[in-house]
Design a protein around this ligand. Structure first.
Ligand code: TXA
Ligand code: MG
Length: 303
């Protein structure tokens, strides 16, 4: 069910609505509506230990929700609105435990899509995890949301999302910022802003810095392999393969590949493919690093 902006804002007073952002679609609930927040976890079948990102319309709203600002916060905030999420010390008296998964921190993002910002101005803060069943490829258009949650699910239609990959998540550790989740902003992008390229945080199951990184993600039903027999290959339009090609886009255009990635992963299941080979012969830097990480996670049971 496609909603207007006004209908979406009205419904968000007490329920969950799928909304577009410039990265991927999300399932939104008001930060002030515990029953809708609870519904997000059940709808997505999301582990309750995996916290949610708080989306705000304006940077200045952040100070209402945090204890303190880590060094260089102002430099990073120049990248907002945009596909960046910052994990910050939270006002635990104000932010529900369920949103933070009981952590002393909370994740914040100021999305760039004008439709999302117009909505946030009407609703106030929203928690917005990606609009997919937990573990499955994210949704980059309304039809993906309807596939996962049913044709009657309320969706604010913003067409296809621009970036196609989730926001990059940064947290401050000891003396520097580090990348907790690779995303639409590649590590090199932060050099001109911070004066250094933030390192990738180690994923330590005993002390998770980003609980979501512990779970299986982005995976289609199809088995993804890097060698051996397969029915098709997920690859690039300028290459010739012995197998039928499911195109990710061009090797000259990582933005296009990112934009197409989840749609291509979902297409494997629409075509009822059982085993698909990945062409991982592409660069390791910039946005390609995030694309590789998503493909390897999608294949993680098999590769
Ligand atoms: O682009 C995006 O970020 C999208 C759109 C809809 O805005 N949202 C998104 O949300 O990707 P989700 O729920 O799929 O991923 C949120 C990630 C999880 O890996 C979670 O563990 C992490 O953010 N996270 C949330 N709060 C955190 C915290 N306090 N500390 C560390 N990681 C946190
Ligand atoms: Mg997600």
């Amino acid at each position: 069910m496609r909603l207007t902006l006004e209908e979406a804002a009205q419904r968000l007073k007490e329920d969950v609505v799928a909304i577009p952002t410039e990265t991927v679609y999300g399932l939104a609930a008001s930060l002030f509506c515990p029953s809708a927040i609870d519904k997000i976890f059940s709808l997505k079948k999301r582990p309750r230990v995996n916290p949610l990102i708080i989306h705000l319309a304006e940077i200045r709203e952040i100070e209402n929700w945090i204890e303190s600002l880590p060094p260089d916060f102002d430099k990073l905030a120049q990248l907002w609105p945009g596909p960046l999420t910052l994990v910050l010390p939270a006002r635990i008296d104000k932010i529900p435990d369920a949103v933070r998964a009981d952590l002393p921190t909370a994740a914040f993002r100021i999305p760039a899509l004008q439709l999302t910002r117009d909505l946030l101005k009407k609703t106030g803060p929203l928690v917005v995890p990606s609009a997919n069943l937990s573990g499955r490829p994210s949704a980059t258009e309304p039809a993906h949301v309807e596939h996962d949650f049913g044709v009657d699910f309320p969706v604010l239609d913003g067409g296809q999302t621009e970036k196609g990959l989730e926001s990059t998540i940064l947290g401050f550790s000891a003396s520097s910022w580090e990348i907790l989740r690779q995303g639409a902003l590649p590590p090199e992008h932060f050099l001109s802003v911070l004066g250094y390229v933030p390192a990738l945080a180690a994923v330590d199951p005993e002390h998770p810095t980003c609980p979501g990184q512990l779970f299986r993600h982005y995976a289609p039903q199809a088995k993804l392999v890097t060698s051996g027999p397969a029915e098709a290959i997920l690859g690039f339009i300028e290459r010739t393969y012995a197998l039928p090609l499911i195109p990710l886009g061009s090797l000259t255009n990582p933005e296009e590949v990112a934009h197409n990635l989840y749609q291509a992963l979902r297409r494997l299941d629409e075509q009822h493919l059982h085993t698909v080979r990945l062409d991982l012969d592409f660069p390791v830097t910039g946005l390609w690093a995030t694309i590789r990480e998503r493909l390897l996670r999608a294949a993680s049971k098999y590769v």
